[in-house]
Design a protein. Sequence first.
Length: 265
Amino acid sequence: MSPSPALRSLAVGVAAAVVVVAAYAWGHGGHSASAATPPVGAPATVLTASTSAAPGDGGVSVGGTGRVTGKPNLLRLQTSIEVTKPNVNDAMQAANVVMAAVQKTLKSDGVADADLQTSGLSVQPNYDYANNAAHLTGYTVSENLSVVLRNLTTAGSIITDAARSGGDALRIGGATLDLDEDGDLISQARLAAFADAEAKAKAYATAAGRTLGPVTSISESTDSQPQTFNYPTFAAAAPAASAPVPIQAGSQDVTVNVAVTWALN
């Protein structure tokens, strides 16, 4: 016997619902592995992969270091004349006389005017605090002079001559060996730093299955630390006789640090 009109209507509705659900699942990736082949007449879907950097890809950023060693060729001295007298005028005059003698000696030893620079002047009162009261006892005057010695072979004898001229009033607060012209060394260190960074970046790119693209940013910092030493240590080797202060140039490192960013292909 044929189904009633009500049953036929229900069957048609169920079939339509099944078709709608199947179409929704297929369009939203919800089909199972057994439904991997689309029905006949359905449009084909083609998937492609790209190795180019996606929009907003930050690429790879690494740091590199290049270090080149040079030989110092000049000596920088920080000197001062310190005199204490009962009154300020006498202290100033005495300091001026000694400083003039030291500068005259330096110039006679070949130090250029451009390598002598007055770097400070101070006048300080001195007090005695005996019996819980401040009593002025005099004044101390300090005159500072920065000196650059460009010939290390004669620098020791020049220091000895200056010490003889300045006597007990001369103070040498610091001495540093430095490089005068380090531009070539910095250029060499810069190339070495970039090569170091590039090698690291290539290693990271290979590990990620990518290749390096163009450089998008570079920043650098340089460092060339002068070699410092304590004056009393080597001055002790040159007593008040005529022995020059012994100076050894040694070596000095010039370092360049770079931070480089490459895009990734």
